[in-house]
Design a protein around this ligand. Structure first.
Ligand code: HEM
Length: 497
C-alpha cells in the first residue's frame, strides 16, 4: 500500500511522490542508511513505487527507481533535471572545478563542451593505441606479480587516463601525480563525515572561522583546497615544460594548450583546460578501477562463465595473437559479459545526484524546484521485470536464444540525459579491452590455502560514492606457455602513440 506524503509545504495543492513519513524538522533523517544505502532505497521502491520522495530538514529528495521515469525526467525534461544539488562544502574544499559537480551554469557548459570535444566517440577511438599499450603493461605485471592484481588494475586505470590527458607515463609504484590526485579524491570522500554534511545542511556554517567549537572542518577545508590546487597545476606544468622542450606534444592538454596559444592565449580557456584535465582523472580513474574489480571478482567466482568467454576468444582469435579492439563485434559472449559486469554491480549505484531547476509536476506528483533527484541505478539494473534473478551474474541475459547479442546496449551505469558520463566511450573501451585481454591470456580462480582448499570470497562492496569490491585474494595464472610468450612479447612492441 502506497503511503502518500502530505501536500503541506507546497502551494501546488498536489502531493509529493509517495515515501516514508517525515518527522517534524528532521524529516526522514533517521531513515537515511549509512551502509549500502542503495539497498535501502531499492527496498523503498518495493514499498512506495518507482518514484519516491523523502525530506531531510527542508531538503526534498526524489528517488528515481525505474528506467522509464529516468528517461521521462532526465532525458525528456532535461531542461529541468540537469542541475546538481548546491553543496557549499564542495566549493569550500576546492572541488568546484569538477565538471561533474558543477551546477547547470555557463561554466559547466564550457567545461562539458571541451570534454565532449576530447572524449566523444570519434575522438575516443584515437586513444585506443594508448589503452592497448597500458593494458599490455598490465598483463606483464600480472605475469610477474599476480598477487598484486588489485594494485596493478588500479595502476592501469590511472595510467590510461594520465597518458591520454597529460602524455604522462605513471610509475608502477608511488607515482607522485597519482598520489597527489588520490589524496585530493580521498579528501572529497572524507566530506561524507558528519561535520561536512552539517555544512551542506546549514550553509551559514561556512562563514564561521575554523577555531569555533565544532568547526574544525575549516582547517580540513583549507588543506583540501591546497591539495586540489596542486592536483590541477602540477601535471599542467609538466605538459607546459614538455612543450617548451619540444617533447610530448601528443596529449589532450598539449593539443588544447597549443590551440589556445595559436588563438591568442585566453586565460579563461586555459583555466577550463586545467579543470577538464583534472576532472578526467578524478572522474575516470577510480570508476574504471571499480569495474575491473567487479570483473576479477565475477571471474574468480564463476569459472564456467570464464571458460565460455575463453572458448569464444580461442575460436575467433586463436592462440597466436592477442585481442585487438577490432575483434569486438566478433565476440558476442565477451560483450555480454562486459554488459553484465557493468549491470551486476554498477560503479556508482546511486549515480551522481541531479537537481530540479524549477517546480515540476510528474504523473500528478509535485517535485519542487531545488529538489535533489537521485538516479537509483542499482534499482534499475536490479529490476526483476527486466533482469530476472538480478543478483545472479549471468551474461546470457544479454543474448538471444540463438546466442546473438540482444538490443539492450544502454549501459545504465553511465547515467542519464545532459549529465550522462562524458567519458563513457573511452571508459567502455578500457574496460572491454582489459576484460578480453586478461581472459585470452590468464585463468582467474579462487586462491587456495596451504591445505589446498579454495578460499571463499565474500562479495563485500564499499559504501562510498564509487563502490568497490573489498580487497580479495584470487589466483591468476597464464593459460598456457603460448599465452605467456604472447604477453612477454608485448614488451618489445614500440607503441604507435
Ligand atoms: C567505468 C567507468 C565509468 C563509469 C561507470 C562512469 C559513470 C558516470 C556516471 C554515473 C556519471 C553521472 C551521470 C549522471 O549525472 O547521470 C558520470 C559523470 C561523468 N563522468 Fe563518468 N564514468 C566512468 C568513467 C569516466 C571516464 C573515463 C571519464 C573521463 C575521461 C569520465 C568523466 C565523467 C564526467 C566529466 C562526468 C560529469 C558529467 C557532467 O556532470 O556533465 N567518466 N560518470
Amino acid at each position: 500500500k502506497k503511503l502518500l506524503n502530505t501536500c503541506s509545504g507546497n502551494s501546488s495543492g498536489l502531493p509529493f511522490p509517495p515515501g516514508p513519513t517525515p518527522r517534524f524538522l528532521s524529516g526522514n533523517l533517521h531513515e537515511i542508511p549509512t551502509r549500502l544505502p542503495w539497498l535501502t532505497y531499492t527496498d523503498w521502491k518495493r514499498r512506495y513505487g518507482d518514484i519516491v520522495h523523502a525530506r531531510i530538514f527542508g531538503q526534498h529528495i526524489v528517488f528515481v527507481n525505474s528506467l522509464k521515469i529516468a528517461s521521462d525526467l532526465f532525458e525528456k525534461r532535461s531542461h529541468i533535471y540537469s542541475d546538481r544539488p548546491a553543496a557549499p562544502m564542495i566549493e569550500l574544499i576546492g572541488w568546484d572545478f569538477n565538471t561533474g559537480l558543477m551546477p547547470y551554469t555557463d561554466r559547466w557548459r564550457r567545461s562539458r563542451r571541451l570534454f565532449q570535444l576530447c572524449f566523444r566517440q570519434d575522438a575516443s577511438r584515437t586513444y585506443r593505441p594508448v589503452q592497448m599499450d597500458k593494458i599490455h603493461d598490465f598483463l606483464r605485471g600480472l605475469l610477474s606479480h599476480p598477487e598484486e592484481f588489485v594494485s596493478l588494475y588500479k595502476t592501469v586505470a590511472a595510467a590510461i587516463i594520465m597518458k591520454i590527458v597529460y602524455g604522462y607515463d605513471v610509475k608502477p609504484m608511488n607515482d607522485h601525480f597519482v598520489t597527489l590526485s588520490e589524496n585530493a579524491v580521498k579528501k572529497l570522500s572524507d566530506t561524507a563525515l558528519p561535520g561536512a554534511a552539517a555544512v551542506n545542511a546549514f550553509p551559514i556554517l561556512r562563514h564561521l572561522p575554523g577555531w569555533l567549537p565544532g568547526c574544525g572542518f575549516q582547517y580540513f577545508a583549507a588543506e583540501c583546497r591546497k591539495l586540489t590546487e596542486e592536483m590541477r597545476q602540477v601535471p599542467l606544468d609538466f605538459v607546459k615544460q614538455n612543450l617548451r622542450e619540444g617533447v610530448g606534444a601528443n596529449s589532450i592538454v598539449a593539443t588544447l594548450l597549443e590551440a589556445n596559444q595559436a588563438r591568442g592565449s585566453s586565460e579563461q580557456q586555459e583555466k577550463t583546460i586545467r579543470e577538464v584535465a583534472a576532472t578526467a582523472y578524478a572522474a575516470g580513474s577510480d570508476t574504471t578501477v571499480s569495474s575491473l574489480g567487479t570483473f576479477f571478482f565475477a571471474m574468480a567466482t564463476h569459472p564456467e562463465i570464464q571458460k565460455r568467454a575463453q572458448d569464444e576468444i580461442d575460436g575467433v582469435i586463436g592462440p597466436h595473437r592477442l585481442p585487438e579492439f577490432e575483434d569486438r563485434p566478433s565476440l558476442p559472449f565477451v560483450e555480454a559479459l562486459y554488459r553484465e559486469v557493468m549491470r551486476w554491480h554498477p560503479v556508482l549505484p546511486l549515480g551522481v545526484a541531479h537537481a530540479a531547476i524549477e517546480d515540476d509536476v510528474y504523473e500528478g506528483y509535485f517535485i519542487p524546484g531545488g529538489a535533489t533527484v537521485i538516479s537509483n541505478i542499482w534499482a534499475m539494473t536490479h529490476d526483476e521485470s527486466i533482469y530476472p534473478d538480478p543478483d545472479t551474474f549471468n551474461p546470457d541475459r544479454f543474448l538471444t536464444a540463438e546466442g546473438k547479442l540482444n538490443d539492450d546496449d544502454n549501459v545504465l551505469a553511465f547515467g542519464f540525459g545532459r549529465r550522462i558520463c562524458v567519458g563513457r566511450h573511452t571508459a567502455g573501451t578500457s574496460v572491454w579491452l582489459t576484460i578480453v585481454s586478461v581472459l585470452s591470456t590468464f585463468n582467474i580462480a579462487k586462491a587456495k590455502d596451504a591445505a589446498g582448499n579454495e578460499i571463499d570470497i565474500d562479495p563485500v562492496y564499499s559504501d562510498g560514492f564509487v563502490s568497490h569490491p573489498h580487497a580479495f585474494q584470487c589466483s591468476i595464472a597464464p593459460r598456457s606457455e603460448t599465452a605467456k610468450s604472447l604477453v612477454e612479447a608485448t614488451a618489445d612492441h614500440v607503441p604507435h602513440l
